[in-house]
Design a protein around this ligand. Sequence first.
Ligand SMILES: [Zn+2]
Length: 202
Amino acid sequence: MTPMTVAALAERSGQRIVDGLQIDDGAPVRLIVAEGRNEAVGRTISVAPREGGGMDRAAWLELLITHELTHVVVASAWGEPPALLWEGLPVWFGDAYVRERVLGRSYAVECRALLELDRLRPLAPLWSHATYYGERKDYRVDVQAGAFCGWLLATIGPSRLPTLALADLSRLEPAWHDWLRESVPRDAARVDRLRALNLCRL
Ligand SMILES: [Zn+2]
């Protein structure tokens, strides 16, 4: 991809994020594509696209740029919210969005399958940065945070996210489970594969 194509991709992703979060953020962002870390520091994003997991470099580039760009937009508008939102929103706009489009894999369908097997992790511990990042090697952490944030945006809307409190989860988490059970399609093959994985219950 040429630098112009990458810039256009970042522009599109940025528009999708500010529309989704209803945040007016027009300040420039510096984007570095190179080997190394994927991170956002201030308004500088560094991404190191690779291939793998069924996706080519262009898909990874879009995923990583969108993920890090969401961090930049959220940080500039709200500071650093609890980890469940701080990572969940970038996972929703970046990872979940690109994987669903490219691989046809929905994070909500995955959570629906985990719920059926009683293998969803409780969300409250993921409020804390220490627990979120300490447990992130379990793929459910990002998948659940992303799917939950997507549901939050569609239900309570973005304007209420900055004031969301840990105590609100006691009401929102069961409502999210109800929605997964009643409104998200069941993927029988996915349920079977997950059952074979024998994930721990938490
Ligand atoms: Zn992140």
